[in-house]
Design a binder for this molecule. Sequence first.
Ligand code: GYE
Length: 330
Amino acid sequence: MKNRFGKTAGLALACALCLLLTGGCAPSARPAASVQDESQVLLGFSQLGSESAWRIGNTKSVQEAAKRAGVQLMYENAEQKQEKQIKAIRSFIAYQVDVIAFSPIVEDGWDNVLREAKNAGIPVLTTDRRINTSDQSLFVGFVGSDFYEEGRKAGRFVLRKMADADHVNIAEISGTVDSTPMRQRGAGFRGVLEGDERFTIIASVSGDFLRSKGKECMRELLQQYGDIDVLFSHNDAMTLGAIEAIEEAGLVPGKDIVIVTVDGEQAAIDLLKQGRINCVVECTPLIGDIIMELAKKLAAGETIPRDTYSEERVFTEFDTDLDSLAAREY
Ligand code: GYE
């Protein structure tokens, strides 16, 4: 942990820099120097947005875990803009936080700002999503889900559900283009189905992980393709929108079109129980506690594992325990 006195003394300068770099530094979002506990770890966390219940659950998990762990959190929400995430990271560097954690909206374009963090001696943890860089020393570790495995789980369900079909037309609504879950869920899914000629991905479009776009995409897919057997949607928010479009077209979700989704938010589990979704691949946003644990280790100068994965399951129409599931936290 760095000397907090230097941090406190540098507050005025840091805020002045903040103003320059971010075009405005909301005082309420900053920890007040007077109430800082000198022994606390100071973690700068850049969230990418609030596009889904998953994301809102993730933010809550981080904020609550910080309180529980006694970690002082500087939180910024980038509202789906990479430039805003870069500005947030720069403001954390100016403030000399102990550790930076961020959920990168897309994989490319982080090298410059992460080099600045490295030069300032601040360890960076990527959470939830990954970055693409040729310099692996620019971040110390990743914590989140195995998205390839999530895609494979979705593919395995389709194989089982459609075991007797001669031919299966699949439509895919993917997440944000060039984001890790979009790339890896798509690749894992294809990896399981390729080589079996009965399966064709007839269309793949991006719904940006948003409910409204999921609905738009599905409406267009239904207009363009008469015969869709399976929908693989990369998150529950888009699935909820797609189901609206399917029902508006007079079709029955879960019956006329088999629906496979990812995340496992309460709304999707409810639809699974109603038979309007067939398979929900769990992806947990509840990674706040592990982020705090890793941040404390990093602030103490300890090494952490390069990758830390969450444990996740699959919920399907074949399960017998759906009625006894605990309420979801997102
Ligand atoms: O699946 C989606 C969210 O990055 C794993 O982002 C996350 C994804 C999640 O908006 O709902």
